[in-house]
Design a protein around this ligand. Structure first.
Ligand code: 5GP
Ligand code: ZN
Length: 134
């Protein structure tokens, strides 16, 4: 998938701030941070969106969500977390490679879905999530 942005990120052709990676999935910070730690989880194998996945492909992807969500909450001292998953343009999908948004929530942070954007230092946030160096 030469023209797919997330395939290019997976291949290392475009930089991204990674927070988790294994043989099957990659998680990296969304370039537009809705809240601090807003993360995208993507399967390494290209697919257009969730509608194109088999049950087992979907299960393998969603199986990664609880640990990553808990890591985000714990290391960012978040109070909760929203999961958002858009399929097709009508539903807000803008990058056509399957992805799950994990959006940490902080008590009193307001309606973040209307107020898109917290300008932040992605490397610093990733280091906080992973416990690594900035
Ligand atoms: P969608 O709207 O398709 O559900 O979500 C796509 C997300 O990808 C958006 O939230 C957008 O901010 C994010 N995004 C778009 N281009 C890039 C990029 O080059 N790098 C990163 N890290 N995120 C991106
Ligand atoms: Zn792709």
């Amino acid at each position: 998938m030469e023209e797919c942005l997330f395939c290019k990120i997976i291949a290392g052709e475009i930089p991204a701030t990674k927070v988790y990676e294994d043989a099957d999935v990659l998680a990296f910070l969304d370039i537009s941070q809705v809240t601090k730690g807003h993360t995208l989880l993507v399967p390494k194998t290209h697919s257009r969106n969730l509608l194109a996945l088999s049950a087992s492909e979907s299960a393998a992807l969603w199986a990664k969500v609880p640990a990553l969500a808990n890591q985000l909450i714990k290391n960012l001292s978040a109070d909760g977390l929203n999961i958002l998953q858009n399929n097709e343009t009508a539903a807000g999908q803008s990058v056509f490679h399957t992805h799950i948004h994990l959006i940490p929530r902080y008590a009193g942070d307001g309606n973040v879905f209307e107020k898109l954007d917290a300008d932040t230092n992605l490397a610093k946030i990733a280091a906080q999530i992973t416990g690594g160096a900035e």
